[in-house]
Ligand binder design. Structure first.
Ligand code: SF4
Ligand code: SF4
Length: 452
C-alpha cells in the first residue's frame, strides 16, 4: 500500500484509535475508488487521504490492519455521519477565527457593455462607483486588512467600464504600503494594450475569468455589445485574451453551456486550443448556463438534466484532451465553510460603498457600509445558515465535503446529476494526485541513478 496524498492529521487526531468490532468491518461510506494501471486508488473524503492498493491488497481489504488504522475500514454498525458532525464541530470550534479582512470583491460598476440575454443582474440599476467612494474603499481596506497582503477581486457589471476607480484604489493602497494582487471576472472586451499594461504594472492582475458562449457567430448573437463600430466582439475578446496571456496573466475561459450551444462549444474548444496553442496560463471549463437561477435547479427533473450533463462531460473531456482543463488536486483539509459568504475574511463592496458577503447581491443583503464601523450581525449570521439536509445525505459519499448555504443562489440545492458530477470531479482530482505522485517517484529514481 502506498500513500499518494496524506491524511489531515487534525481529523485523525479527533477520530482517535479505530473502534473494535465483533461483527466485522466494511469500507467507510466516504471512500471513493478508482482503478489505475497498477492497482486501485482509494480516497477517504473525511480524512482526505489517498492510497494506492495493489489488486491483491484490494481483494483482501477487510483484513488489512492499515486500512483500519487509517479509518478506511469501520465497524459494520458505524455511524459515519454523526462522527463527521463531531469532527466538524471540534474543528470549527478550535480553528482560529480570521482576525482581518484580506479578500475584497469590488464592484466597480453594475453597468455592463455586453448585455447578455441571460444576465443575472438584468433589471438592476446601472451604478458606477464614484472616485470619492473609491478613495474611501481603499481607506476601508487599509483599516481592516491588519497590514496583511490583500486580494482584490474586480467584479461588476463589467469592471473595466470603470477603470479609473481601480486605478484609484490600487494607487491609494500602494501609497499606504499595503501589498495587494488582483483577479477579475470580465467579458474581456476592453482588454486593449493600455489596459493590459496597467493590469500588470498597477492592478497586479494575476488571473481573469472570461466567459464565451460559442464560436464567432453564436457569441456575437448572444451578446448585444453597446459599440456600433462594426468590429466583431468575438475577435476583440480573443485579441484581449491573447494580450493577457502574452503578459503572463492567467486566463480561465468559462464556457456557458446550454443545450442550444453544446455542439458549437465543441468547435470552440478546437478553435481556442489551436489559436492559443503553446501559450502558458490558459485554462477552460464548462459551466451550466442558468445554474445560478435557483428556481431552475429546483424545478428541473433528472431527465431534463441528463442531456445537459452529458454535453458537459463531452465538453470537459475534449478540453482535457488538449491539456487545458482546470484540474484541481485533492483539497488537503476538510471543508468547514462554503465560500466567501460564510468564511469570515472576505467582503464585497458595492458601487455606493455598501458592504455585503455574496457577490451575487448588488442592491440588498448588505451587512454595513464603508462609512460606518457597525455591522449587521444578524445578517452575517444569516449567511452561515445551512440548507436543510435531504434523505440522500444519509448515505452520500460526499457528505464530509458538502457545505451548502441556504441563501446561496448558485449551490443551495442538490440533485442526482450534481452528485454524479461531484463523484467525477473527485475521481479526476484523485488521478491528478496519482500523476503527481508518479512524477515525483520518477524524479526520485532519476536522481538516485545520477548519484550512483
Ligand atoms: S446535499 Fe447532496 S451532495 Fe450534499 S451530502 Fe446531501 S446528498 Fe450529498
Ligand atoms: S453565490 Fe453562493 S457561492 Fe457565490 S458568493 Fe454567493 S453564497 Fe457564495
Amino acid at each position: 500500500m502506498k500513500v499518494i496524498s496524506k491524511a489531515q492529521q487534525a481529523v485523525l487526531k479527533i477520530l482517535g484509535n479505530p473502534q473494535k468490532s465483533a461483527s466485522g468491518y466494511r469500507l467507510i461510506k466516504y471512500c471513493v475508488q478508482e482503478n489505475v494501471e497498477d492497482g486501485v486508488l482509494l480516497f477517504n473524503v473525511l480524512t482526505r487521504e489517498v492510497l494506492l492498493l495493489t489488486r491483491d491488497e484490494f481483494e483482501n481489504y477487510t483484513e488489512n490492519k492499515e486500512l483500519l488504522d487509517k479509518w478506511f475500514l469501520v465497524p459494520e454498525d458505524f455511524d459515519e455521519k454523526a462522527t463527521t458532525e463531531t469532527v466538524r464541530w471540534v474543528l470549527r470550534n478550535t480553528a482560529e477565527k480570521p482576525k482581518h479582512i484580506t479578500t475584497y470583491t469590488i464592484m466597480t460598476t453594475t453597468d455592463c457593455n455586453a448585455r447578455c440575454f441571460y444576465c443575472f443582474e438584468k433589471g438592476c440599476a446601472r451604478i458606477p462607483m464614484s472616485e470619492e467612494t473609491a478613495h474611501k474603499t481603499a481607506q476601508y481596506i487599509k483599516e481592516h486588512c491588519g497590514g496583511k497582503r490583500v486580494k482584490l477581486a474586480w467584479f461588476g457589471g463589467e469592471p473595466l467600464l470603470n477603470m479609473q476607480v481601480m486605478d484609484i484604489i490600487c494607487e491609494d493602497l500602494k501609497n499606504a504600503g499595503i501589498e495587494y494582487y488582483s483577479g477579475m471576472t470580465s467579458n474581456g472586451y476592453l482588454f486593449c494594450e493600455d489596459a493590459v499594461s496597467k493590469a500588470k504594472t498597477l492592478w497586479n492582475l494575476k488571473h481573469v475569468q472570461i466567459t464565451l458562449d460559442g464560436t464567432e457567430k453564436v457569441y456575437n448573437r448572444s451578446k448585444a455589445y453597446i459599440y456600433k463600430d462594426g468590429k466583431s466582439p468575438y475577435q476583440v475578446v480573443l485579441n484581449g485574451i491573447e494580450l493577457l496571456l502574452d503578459a503572463g496573466v492567467q486566463v480561465a475561459i468559462r464556457l456557458n453551456l446550454d443545450l442550444y450551444n453544446a455542439d458549437d462549444l465543441m468547435n470552440l474548444v478546437d478553435e481556442i486550443a489551436e489559436r492559443f496553442s503553446g501559450k502558458k496560463g490558459l485554462v477552460m471549463y464548462a459551466h451550466h448556463l442558468f445554474d445560478t437561477d435557483l428556481s431552475m435547479a429546483q424545478t428541473h427533473t433528472d431527465e431534463e438534466w441528463e442531456p445537459r450533463y452529458e454535453a458537459m462531460y463531452r465538453l470537459n473531456s475534449k478540453i482535457d484532451g488538449y491539456g487545458i482543463g482546470w484540474t484541481r488536486g485533492i483539497k488537503k483539509t476538510l471543508k468547514l465553510m462554503h465560500c466567501m459568504a460564510d468564511g469570515g475574511s472576505a467582503r464585497v463592496i458595492a458601487p455606493k460603498g455598501d458592504i455585503g458577503l455574496c457577490e451575487h447581491y448588488t442592491d440588498c443583503e448588505f451587512i454595513g457600509h464603508i462609512d460606518r464601523e457597525d455591522i449587521d450581525k444578524a445578517m452575517v449570521e444569516s449567511w452561515k445558515e445551512l440548507s436543510p439536509e435531504i434523505p440522500e445525505c444519509n448515505d452520500c459519499f460526499y457528505y464530509p465535503g458538502c457545505v451548502k448555504l441556504k441563501k446561496c443562489t448558485a449551490n443551495s440545492t442538490c440533485y442526482r446529476h450534481e452528485r454524479e458530477a461531484n463523484l467525477r470531479e473527485i475521481k479526476r482530482s484523485m488521478l491528478h494526485e496519482y500523476k503527481l505522485w508518479q512524477q515525483n517517484a520518477q524524479k526520485a529514481d532519476d536522481e538516485d541513478e545520477e548519484i550512483c
